[in-house]
Design a protein around this ligand. Structure first.
Ligand code: CO
Length: 134
């Protein structure tokens, strides 16, 4: 069911520092910071030949990554995103297998303007998983 790895999201306490690290030390192509108020994050996209890294930094009062950064003060991997062809079919199959879908269980339009769902980390070996329909 799951397809390609779309991205790995890393929450960072200092976006400028993390961007400079990937650009100057790792030699990667990085985007300008993109505020995404609807998602409570500012994102820098790091383009790799086979996938993307998304550097996430909290934006606004109720950022969904604020508590994660409070627990992980140096930052850390926040979620991985797998591509699926049909997000409703994927959701129904996962729920039938006992997995919990976060929120109200309905796909939302994600950071890439495509439908996404998040799966409970306790059901997936401690990893928050995002599914994105491509
Ligand atoms: Co994501």
């Amino acid at each position: 069911m799951i397809g390609r790895l779309n991205h790995i999201a890393i929450a960072v306490p200092d976006l400028d520092k993390a961007t400079a690290l990937y650009r100057d030390v790792m030699g990667a192509r990085v985007s300008a910071p993109k505020p995404q108020p609807a998602h409570g994050v500012t994102v820098v996209f790091v383009e790799l030949p086979n996938t993307k890294i998304e550097l996430l930094h909290p934006l606004g009062e109720k950022s969904p990554i604020a508590s994660f950064l409070a627990r992980n003060v140096d930052g850390g991997i926040h979620h991985v995103c797998y591509e699926v062809e049909d997000i409703y079919a994927a959701r129904d199959q996962l729920k039938a297998g006992g997995a919990r879908v976060l929120g109200d269980g309905e796909p939302k339009i994600g950071a890439h303007d495509k439908p996404v769902l998040f799966l409970h980390p306790k059901d997936f070996t401690g990893t928050l998983i995002e599914l994105e329909q491509v």
